[in-house]
Write a protein that binds this ligand. Sequence first.
Ligand code: SAM
Length: 363
Amino acid sequence: MPGELGKERSGLGERIRRLIHREGPIPFDRFMEMALYDPDGGYFASGPLRSRAEGDFLTSPETSGEFGATLARFVGQEFRRLGRPAGFTLLEVGAGSGTLLSPLLGALDWTPRTVALEASPAARQVLRQALPVVEVVPDRREPDRFRGVVIANEVVDNLPVAIAVRAEDGGWSERRVWSEGADLVLVEAPARPEVLAWLEAHAADVPAGGVVECQPAASDWMGRMIDLLEAGAVVVIDYGDTSEGLLPRRRRGGTLRTYRAHHLSRHPLDEPGSMDITADVDFSALARVASDRGMHTRLCRQDEFLSGLGLSARREELRRRELAEARGGDPIERLRLRSMVKEIDTLLHPRGFGDFRVLVATR
Ligand SMILES: C[S@@+](CC[C@H](N)C(=O)[O-])C[C@H]1O[C@@H](n2cnc3c(N)ncnc32)[C@H](O)[C@@H]1O
C-alpha cells in the first residue's frame, strides 16, 4: 500500500538523520548503502520488484529474450573450455525478475546448476515462482566455490560510491551527508585514506573541480566474485567506461544520478529509499582487480560482445524471415518477427545499450 510504503521510507530518512546526529556527517557511500539496501526502507531491499516494464528502469534482458539467449552461447563456450565439468554452475547476481536466466536456460540443451543472488525479497519471490530449477538466495549468502560463469547485468552501477572533488591545490575532498533541519545536504570534508588510495589508482588525471564517484565497494565485489570461481568467467555488463573514458564526465561534475519511472529523477538525498541511485562503472578499476588475481581480461562494448556471439547474424536471419512473410505469408508472424528485429536493434543500438561495456574476466 502506498501509505505504508511512504511511512517506511520516511522512517529510513529519520534513521539516517539520527545516525548523522550521533556520528556527524556520513560518507556518501554509507548513505547510498542505506538508501538502496536497508532491509527496512532501502530501494532494492524492500518494496516492489524494480526491474520491469512498468517499474523505474528497463534493462537489456527486460527488452528482449534474445539477450539471455545470446549469453547462453557464451555459457556453452565456457562449459566446453573447462572440459564440461560436473557441477558447472551459472551464478547470476541481481537476477531481477529472471528475464535473463529464463531465455538463457531455455536456449541451452543441458541444464547447469543455476544460482540467482538477489538483494530484493520481491524479486526473489518472482524468481522462485518463474524459475523453480534455480536456487534463489539473498545477496549476503554467496555459494561455495565452483567452476562456471558469474553474470551481473546492471548491478555494479548500484554498489555504493564515495564522492570526491578535486581541489585547486591538486588534493581531494570528499562529499558527506549532513542534516540541516528536515533536509539532508552534502558537505565537503577531508577524503578518507581508502578513498584517496582509490583516486590515486583510478582518477589521477582529473583536473580541479572534477567530481569522481569512487568505487571501492565495486572492487571488493569483483574480488569476491572472482574468489568464488575455481575456474571460469565473470561477466560484468553495465554503463560506464575505462578511467580514461570517464575523464570528460568527471570533468563535467561526475555521473551520479537517480531514476524513477524510467526518467532521471531528483537529487539523490531526497526521500531516501524512493529512487534508484546509480553511477557509471569504472571498468578499469574492475579489470585491475581481475588482472591482479591472475585473470585474463577483455573489455568491449555490448554491441561487439553480442554480435561476436552471433546476435547480428540472428538479426539478419529474422529479417529475412520477416521479408519472406511479407510476400504473402502470415501477417501475425511477420509482425512478431518485426518486433524481434526491433528489439535486437535496441540491444545493439550504438548510443543506447550497444554502448554499454562488457568486462569478461576468465581463468
Ligand atoms: C537494475 S536491476 C537489474 C536486474 C537484472 N539484472 C536485469 O538486467 O534486468 C538491479 C538488480 O540487482 C539487484 N541488486 C542490486 N544490488 C545487488 C547486490 N549487491 N547483490 C545482489 N543483487 C543486487 C536489485 O535488487 C535488482 O533486482
